[in-house]
Every structure is written in C-alpha cells, then in structure tokens.
Design a protein around this ligand. Structure first.
Ligand SMILES: [Cu+2]
Length: 142
C-alpha cells in the first residue's frame, strides 16, 4: 500500500511539472497615421516549474506579427523568447518586442489590440493591450 502511494505521488509530480504563463502590463505603442508598423510590450511571467518559450504571436490590428529584439538600435527577428521556470521576461522599448507589421488602420491611444501569444508548452494566451503613447517619442525606435 505504501509503495502504491509513493508511485502516485511521483506521477502527480510529473503531471504538475509544467509552465504556468501569465502576461501582464501589455501595451502597444501609438504611432503616427503614416506609420505601418508598431510594437507591443509586456511582462511574461512563468510561475510554473518548467521553462517555456514564446514561439508565435498574432493580433487583430496588423497583417503580420513577428517576435523581435533590438540590439544596438537595430531590430531583428527572433525565433522564440525563452521564459525560465519561476522567472520573467520583460518586453520593452529598445529590447524584446512583438512587432505589428502592416497595420490595418492607424492605432490611437485609448484603443485596444487583441494579442494571442502561443507558448511552446503552455499553449495560447490571450491579451488585451491598450494603445499608449510611448515614452521619449520615436527616437528610440522599437
Ligand atoms: Cu521590431
């Protein structure tokens, strides 16, 4: 009987070893009407005990959604963003961001963008991101 209890405890442990993704403080940068692209920022937290990765994203405001990072002022596409177990990753201006390309219409402060983030293990997370004016204008890029 004791062996049986032990076995089920081990199995429960395996079942519970998974990422638990939470996304907060999401926002999208307001851009001038002539601009066809903008970026979304957020904090991704993993409260689980397995690492996970953001592998894909889509949204209702632009035709294309990509995961980017900015290094020395230049943006480049990345395949995934790793989120360690018990850790968090901040997507912020000048660093990692979700790029919204080919905007269907200009985005103004007060509007909301619906983002769907897909994590390799955790699956999809829906986020409503308000459009806000970025700090320090546009000179810092994305
Ligand atoms: Cu970008």
């Amino acid at each position: 009987m004791k062996k049986l209890v032990l076995t089920s405890t081990v199995l429960m442990g395996i079942a519970l070893a998974q990422p638990k993704i939470e996304v907060r403080d999401a926002w999208v940068r307001e851009v001038p009407p002539a601009s066809k692209a903008t970026a979304a920022y957020m904090i991704i937290e993993n409260k689980g005990n397995q690492p996970d990765k953001l592998v894909d994203a889509r949204n209702n405001a632009s035709e294309i959604t990509e995961i980017h990072e900015t290094v020395e002022g230049k943006m480049r596409r990345v395949k995934a963003i790793e989120v360690p177990s018990g850790g968090k990753v901040e997507l912020k201006p000048g660093g990692l961001h979700v790029m919204l390309i080919n905007l269907k219409k200009p985005l103004k402060e007060g509007e909301t963008v619906e983002l769907i983030l897909r994590f390799e293990k955790f699956g999809e997370v829906k986020v409503s991101a308000p459009v806000k004016k970025g700090m320090g204008g546009h000179k810092h890029g994305y």
